[in-house]
Design a protein around this ligand. Structure first.
Ligand code: ZN
Ligand code: ZN
Ligand code: FE
Length: 747
């Protein structure tokens, strides 16, 4: 007989872990206790040595779906007299607890119950301890039903018994409900109101087949939905959502349906079927309605994650539905049915919703598998609010993030808790969502900001938010924050070579940076090298209109000879337009200097006539990447001196254009040039500093072709390479970097 104290860290609260421990304790005659503690679960296990061993094995191997065990420590402790095994109430440590589970896709057991349990037949909001809404419904801690938006629903007798039966899968499942006592779906179409689920499903299926658009309440907000094979419906949705080019996400009925339209490798399949159910960017095999992807060869696919999705696919044969966020332009997604009825009245032919409030808005998360690993590009439903453990004391720090793709981050102890994807703060409603969510995080996580961190750019609304507060403040440079974010994700705390490529971020010299080779640690950085500055004619206008940047590059390389270049890009351009740009550059009128890698991608995309005017953020680089082919290994020349110059590349590119070289080859050679540039510069840094760890961050690394080859090439050259997996490499990850830099500097 022996007794052990076992501490399990990771995502183990609100995911059915304690009842699971209870059940295996019963199985192996273990006595003792299990309880939630600050950063996990603590178990006292007493029993025969063999049984203890089996018990520990059981904990390690069979933990329920969403539980994530990160660290288990076992220490022997004194024998006590227990009468069996018990789940004990945790002391009120809600001021320190951070383990709130993200929302979990409906589990297979619940899908079975939905077909067999008399009180839950076709119940469209079925859930259990292993699945269902979590973060989106929680208002306060502890995680009890009364503190969630399930509070108004009183459990029926049957549910109550399940809730209290420790051997039941719904023991202490806070959102548990059934057809008799839970929230229900309703539909409004043509001013008619229905609240019978079976009728709703049948008419929804009919409407989808007939090219109609439906607004459907999801886990974290409304979606707009239509048949993904019906080009008229998709085009109408696109026009009314005021979303011109950006691809729509597609919900497929099952993995088989996805495989018909896209190539899916085993890692991608794992992401698609995981309980987080993100949108996964896949290589397209067969076209859906053309207006779904708008010329891109990738498709954002995901699988049903709400019981309602499954029930709907039972009523229709359609393989795929467009399921895009229910919002207009840059506004946050609508969460409330009254607003949905108003906002979507001219878009949607029906509004379908359930009468449980969404308290914390979340978007669908987006991931991409790069170099065999899942990379989170938009972190929201299913991922938030899982913390990132850091090696520093980050307590009391609020990092406010960037502006365009905003997420903020709070520090609790050593844990960094990133907010869900917020969006573009320049939109007034999104900014309200931002400030409201900061307040919600303060309450939920018992968080009091003592130090606020913001981007160096004083005009970012996230910076203005801080500058208006009476608190200690710290400004952090954008690209340093990118690299620090990746350093933190990997638990590093040392000097590294940082490669930070993106579109825009204010530099310390007042110019726009974005192709930064940094020698840095969490405390500070040295800007070692960057691309040669280019004037951006019209400033922000150049970001929307890549042709302006293309002209600027050509003018930088060829000067007045630009007019003699006989290439389609210039031949098509009105001479007046060209003259105006050149004049602006010559006279230095509204031409901020930029070293952004994104701008170089823009320029090349425009020059190749791939994208001269962008309808959405990063459209030009995305289309350029789409043209790359694996079979081309050649590249263009660059020069590395005081700065990195692409003059020679542009000369060679012009020659290629004149030779009518296929655009795929030129796009690939351009990518290869950037990959070569990274290698050449980091080799130079290693020679001079002996540093061998390379950290890659910034939105440019969402590019799969680029990132896979940069990683492989650096590893081949014996570098240790670190890139993002769980935190976005784009500005959605910036706040984590701001947080750890502040923690380091505070000491
Ligand atoms: Zn379940
Ligand atoms: Zn019930
Ligand atoms: Fe950035």
């Amino acid at each position: 007989m022996a007794a052990f104290k076992i501490k399990v860290e990771g995502l183990v609260q609100g995911v059915g872990f304690r009842p699971y421990v209870y059940r295996i304790a019963q199985k192996y005659n273990i006595s003792g206790t299990v309880k939630n503690i600050t950063d996990g679960v603590e178990i006292i296990a007493q029993g025969e040595n063999n049984d203890i061993k089996s018990f520990l094995d059981g904990i390690n191997k069979g933990a329920p779906g969403a539980a994530q065990l990160e660290n288990i420590t076992v220490v022997e402790t004194g024998l006590q007299s227990f009468s069996g095994f018990a789940i004990v109430q945790s002391e009120d440590n809600s001021h320190t607890i951070t383990g709130i589970s993200p929302d979990i896709a409906v589990c297979d057991d619940c899908l079975k119950d939905m077909a067999t349990q008399p009180h839950r037949l076709s119940y469209p909001l079925i859930n259990c301890t292993n699945c269902g809404p979590r973060f989106t419904i929680i208002k306060d801690l502890p995680y009890d039903r009364g503190n969630t938006t399930m509070q108004p629903f009183e459990m029926c007798q049957v549910c109550w018994e399940e809730y209290n039966n420790i051997l039941d899968r719904r023991f202490h499942a806070q959102p548990l409900a059934c057809n008799h006592c839970g929230p229900t779906y309703q539909m409004v179409a043509d001013n008619k109101h229905t609240n019978i689920t079976s009728e709703i499903l049948i008419s929804a299926a009919e409407m989808l087949a007939n090219g109609k658009i439906i607004a459907l309440k999801g886990t974290g907000g409304f979606h707009l939905m239509c048949n993904a094979l019906d080009d008229a419906a998709v085009s109408r949705l696109r026009a009314s959502k005021k979303r011109e080019g950006k691809p729509f996400a597609v919900l497929f009925r099952n993995i088989g349906a996805i495989q018909q339209y896209a190539a899916v490798n085993s890692i991608e399949e794992e992401s698609l079927t995981s309980w987080r159910r993100p949108i996964v960017l896949l290589q397209m095999k067969k076209q859906l309605a053309a207006s779904v992807t708008q010329g891109l060869n990738t498709i954002g696919a995901f699988l049903p994650y709400m019981p309602f999705h499954y029930l709907l696919f039972e009523k229709t044969d359609l393989p795929a539905l467009v399921l895009t966020s229910g919002n207009l332009a840059d506004e946050p997604i609508v969460t409330d049915e009254d607003k949905a009825k108003l906002v979507f009245k001219d878009i949607a032919d029906a509004v379908i919703y359930y009468n449980r409030e969404i308290y914390n808005r979340t978007d669908d998360s987006v991931v991409r598998v790069i170099a065999g690993k899942e990379r989170v590009l938009r972190r929201s439903r299913g991922y938030v609010p899982s913390p990132v453990k850091t090696s520093l004391k980050v307590d009391g720090i609020l990092a406010t993030g960037a502006e365009l793709v905003n997420c903020f981050c709070i520090g609790k102890g050593q844990q960094a808790i990133l907010s869900q994807h917020i969006g573009d703060l320049k939109n007034i409603e999104t900014f309200t969502f931002y400030t409201e969510t900061i307040e919600k995080f303060k309450r939920l996580f018992r968080f009091h900001p003592e130090l606020m961190v913001h981007d160096l750019h004083p005009d970012y609304l996230s910076s203005k938010y801080v500058l208006g507060q009476d608190t200690e403040k710290l400004a952090v440079q954008h690209h340093h924050a990118h690299i620090a974010s990746c350093i933190a994700e990997h638990g590093l705390d040392e000097k590294v070579i940082g490669v930070s490529f993106d579109g825009t971020g204010l530099g310390e010299d007042g110019h726009i940076w974005g192709s930064e080779f940094l020698i840095c640690d969490l405390e500070g950085f040295e800007r070692y090298l960057h691309f040669r500055y280019i004037p951006l004619p019209g400033g922000d206008k150049a970001v929307e209109e890549p042709w302006r940047t293309a002209v600027s590059y050509l003018y930088q390389v060829f000067g007045p000879h630009i007019k003699l270049l006989d290439i389609p890009f210039l031949n098509k351009m009105e001479e007046k337009k060209l003259d105006r740009i050149i004049e602006a550059i010559d006279k230095n009128i509204n031409v901020p200097l930029s070293s952004g890698a994104g701008r170089l991608f823009d320029a090349v995309a425009a020059l190749l006539d791939v994208c001269t005017v962008a309808n959405y953020h990063a459209e030009a680089p995305m289309h350029l990447e789409a043209l790359t082919v694996g079979s081309v290994s050649s590249r263009y020349e660059i020069a590395v001196g005081e700065v990195i110059s692409f003059a020679e590349m542009f000369q060679q590119l012009i020659e290629d254009i004149k030779k009518r070289t296929p655009v795929e080859i030129m796009a690939t050679k351009f990518h290869n040039t950037i990959i070569y540039t990274v290698l050449k510069v980091v080799l130079k840094i290693r020679r001079e500093t002996a540093l061998n760890k390379v950290v890659l961050s910034g939105g440019t690394f969402q590019n799969k072709y680029l990132t896979e080859r940069v990683e492989a090439l650096l590893e081949k050259n014996n570098f240790e390479v670190f890139s993002h997996h769980r935190v976005p490499c784009n500005d959605g990850g910036i706040a984590l970097g701001q947080l750890v830099i502040a923690a380091k500097r505070r000491k």
